[in-house]
Design a binder for this molecule. Structure first.
Ligand code: ATP
Ligand code: MG
Length: 168
């Protein structure tokens, strides 16, 4: 059984890691959609698709989950989004998501969906982690160690602080 899971992963954090480990118990392979793939270098989306794929690959290296991370650019047409996705990914039988729009679109397309359990959503959130990076607070404990290493390699915190600044 091959499953699909999608997120923006700005950055990939321990909430994502934990959900994927849970999903991994039920499936053989996982297709991971890296959403808003065309976006980077902006406050809500600091990292490129390639950098996010690195975060995912290095983080999942300590699991035995076979996965394919596939970049998915945004399209502004929800009605054709499912076929847009399936035209770009390996085939899958089931979608794991908690996002109501994603669930609705796949259900309408007749694809099985499942809602994975949330993992300390109050603590592990991309928005919160980016806010901490900008504020100069500690964020490293909220992401897998490999993600800290990728962000250090690309000087990601400096980038985020810089692009989130004002020109005034
Ligand atoms: P942002 O605040 O930037 O939206 P996010 O933490 O919501 O970041 P996304 O990349 O938007 O992360 O999420 C991808 C998927 O992971 C979403 O479906 C989201 O519901 C889920 N997710 C995010 N955080 C958690 C968590 N702590 N536990 C379980 N699922 C999570
Ligand atoms: Mg989100």
């Amino acid at each position: 059984k091959r499953a699909f899971y999608i997120g923006r992963f700005q950055p990939f954090h321990k909430g994502h890691y934990s959900v994927i480990k849970t999903i991994g118990k039920d499936i053989d392979e996982l297709v991971i959609g890296v959403g808003s793939a065309q976006r980077s270098h902006e406050t809500p989306n600091p990292f490129t698709a390639g950098e996010r794929i690195m975060m995912i690959r290095h983080s999942l290296a300590d699991t035995d989950i076979k996965h394919y991370a596939v970049p998915i650019d945004d399209i502004q047409q929800n009605a054709v989004w499912v076929s847009y996705v399936t035209a770009r990914t390996p085939p899958f039988d089931i979608v794991y998501s908690n996002n109501p729009l994603i669930l609705e679109l796949f259900e309408e397309a007749g694809i099985e969906t499942k809602q994975p359990p949330m993992y300390h959503r109050d603590k592990y959130s991309g928005t919160l982690i980016r806010e901490k990076m900008i504020a100069g607070e500690k964020w490293e404990q909220l992401v897998p160690e490999s993600v800290t290493e990728v962000i250090e390699e690309i000087d990601g915190v400096r980038r985020l602080k810089h692009v989130s600044g004002s020109d005034q």
